[in-house]
Write a protein that binds this ligand. Structure first.
Ligand code: HEM
Length: 311
């Protein structure tokens, strides 16, 4: 989507994801992260960190923001997982997406009857009722916010934990000074792993030349932020994981007009997950050898299917 339509759609929800709005939500994100770690402790080791923390935290946060009733959480999480998983068949993924769109349709209608203190009710009152957007546009926006940010955040938490465990000296420093070093570790995780590496897809509108490469009008381009994040002209020794990098102008959330709308939310979720985890489980470690962890298909965004941990 391009401006001006993009500007309008993005402008409707941008306030809810601003840095200030996210800071106001931080205590609630922190509480959710702590509760999930408590639950892991209660279950006892080994536990699948991917399932119990990395996936559950972003879902809990977006459900609260969108005002989704608790009774629907489990069903929705399952459907989002089927829609987004590389191992689902195209037919199952399409059916799950259709079910989610229908759910959002029902949710928008119910918010029209009984508005609450949530983003969808806000959009109903300020955008739908005055006729600035259609019912369909609102459904699409709510659907996008529901599905966009769960696997990406989960992957960055999973890979971040694995990478910190593989760098015990840096992990020890982070545990000793979490206030300063957790945010720096999160930036480095976003640089080093680049969660959404195929997201920046574009079509050239006119013939152009970038760095000696001709691109013709109509050709597709992937601006590979994963490659930019390993640019040795910007990041000295780019293949080294280093939580002390400063400055660290990583491009894990993209750049420009379409830069991730939820970049501050995603950072806060990752920060609170890592802080809660290593504070409550100082001896956290993998419960299986790293070679047994299953990574997703290499031509998709890298992620893990499960991350068994012990403490
Ligand atoms: C670590 C987690 C995340 C990463 C690495 C990530 C990455 C990205 C990237 C690279 C883009 C730019 C795409 C482009 O230029 O075409 C993007 C856009 C977007 N992201 Fe995220 N994202 C994350 C979390 C989230 C979350 C939690 C949400 C929602 C709750 C979200 C919602 C969106 C939306 C709606 C866009 C489209 C923005 C636009 O086109 O104006 N993302 N994200």
């Amino acid at each position: 989507m391009d401006p001006p339509q993009h500007t309008k759609s993005r402008g409707m929800v941008a306030h809810a994801f601003s840095r200030e709005a996210v800071e106001a939500m931080r205590p609630s994100i922190q509480r959710k992260a702590n509760e999930l770690v408590d639950e892991m402790l209660r279950k006892g080791s080994p536990v699948d960190l991917h399932e119990e923390l990395s996936m559950k935290l972003p879902f809990k946060v977006i459900y609260e923001m969108l005002g989704i009733p608790a009774a629907d959480h489990a069903w929705l999480s399952d459907n989002v997982a089927v829609r987004s998983s590389g191992s689902s068949t195209a037919k199952d993924a399409a059916a799950a997406a259709e079910d989610l769109v229908q759910y959002m349709d029902r949710l928008v209608r119910s918010k029209m009857q009984n508005p609450g203190d949530d983003l969808i009710s806000d959009l109903v009152n300020k955008q739908l009722r005055p006729g600035h957007i259609s019912h369909e546009e609102l459904i699409q926006t709510a659907f996008l916010l529901l599905v966009a940010g769960n696997a990406t955040v989960a992957t960055q938490i999973d890979l971040g934990v694995m990478t910190l465990l593989a760098h015990p000296d840096q992990l020890a420093e982070m545990k000793a000074d979490p206030e300063r070093l957790v945010p720096m570790a999160v930036e480095e995780i976003c640089r080093y792993h680049t969660g959404s590496s195929f997201a920046l897809r574009r079509v050239a509108k006119e013939d152009t030349r970038i760095d000696g490469q001709d691109i013709k009008a109509g050709e597709g381009v992937i601006a590979l932020n994963q490659s930019a994040n390993r640019d040795e002209a910007v990041f000295p020794d780019p293949d080294r994981f280093d939580i002390h990098r400063n400055p660290n102008p990583e491009l894990g959330f993209g750049y420009g007009t379409h830069v991730c709308i939820a970049e501050w939310l995603a950072r806060a979720e990752m920060q609170e997950a890592l802080a809660a985890l290593f504070r409550r489980m100082p001896d956290l470690r993998l419960a299986v050898p790293e070679s047994q962890i299953q990574f997703s298909d290499p031509n998709r965004d890298v992620g893990v299917a499960a991350l068994p941990v012990t403490w």
